[in-house]
Design a protein around this ligand. Structure first.
Ligand code: C5P
Length: 224
């Protein structure tokens, strides 16, 4: 099978990363969670009190940031490191989720992340999920999937995920965070979330992870 690039874009909490991980595992490809990069940058900005409305501070901060994906020694799943620290779990916090879309809308932040994403895909054999992967990062990708699901289903999924880690989280909080991120992500000036013209839509409202995986795998097999 020839190696290809698979891009998975879509709204927040549509199950993009679940599908991307399954596909990468099955195909023996690299999996890259591009959202984790924006989350890690946001974490750095928050921790270091960077005023991200000031381009000078953003520029300096980005020169101080090193991001790496390293496979977990037990699970084999790739996890993100910020300047040598594993931040895979802390970046999922609502504190980061509250600000990440603002930070991800900054042109220089996107240029910083996109250059590294393109570098990771230079040899193909990669599944990357995010918002602009099929439109901006890999516009020539062989397979582009655009995922969607009903809002209520997405809120419920993300709530369950966050509740496991923090029982103080409320459904209302999660709902307003998803709505806010979707709004900012799809209305920003630089690389807004949109479906690539040649993307295939996968609505997983009524699909189990196993069913959506089967559909996506059939798409890959039709190409690779
Ligand atoms: O995928 P995830 O929900 O973890 O992404 C967090 C945030 O990062 C998104 O809401 C969006 O603001 C930003 N993002 C982006 N472009 C990507 C991936 C994520 O702007 N390719």
């Amino acid at each position: 099978m020839k190696k290809i690039i698979v891009t998975i874009d879509g709204w927040s909490s549509c199950g993009k990363s679940t599908l991307a991980k399954q596909l990468a595992h099955k195909l023996g490809y690299i999996y890259v969670d591009s959202g984790a990069m924006y989350r890690a940058i946001t974490l750095y900005f928050l921790r270091n009190h960077i005023d991200w409305t000031d381009p000078g501070q953003v520029h300096q901060a980005l020169t101080d940031i090193t991001l790496e994906f390293v496979p977990n020694s037990k699970s084999g799943q790739s996890e993100i490191y910020l300047n040598g620290e594993n931040v895979e779990y802390v970046i999922r916090d609502l504190v980061v989720a509250e600000k990440v879309s603002e930070v991800a809308a900054i042109k220089e932040v996107r240029a910083f992340a996109v250059a590294q994403q393109q570098q990771m895909g230079r040899n193909k054999g990669i599944v990357m999920d995010g918002r602009d992967i099929g439109t901006v990062v890999f516009p020539d990708a062989e397979l582009k999937i655009f995922m969607t699901a009903d809002n209520a289903v997405r809120v419920e999924r993300r709530f369950r995920e966050l509740y496991e880690k923090n029982p103080n989280v409320s459904l209302e909080e999660v709902k307003s965070n998803l709505e806010m991120r979707d709004y900012i992500d799809s209305h920003r000036e630089v690389s807004p979330l949109r479906q690539a013209e040649d993307a295939i839509v996968l609505d997983n409202t009524n699909l189990t992870p196993a069913e959506q995986f089967k559909k996506a795998l059939t798409l890959v097999e039709g190409i690779a």
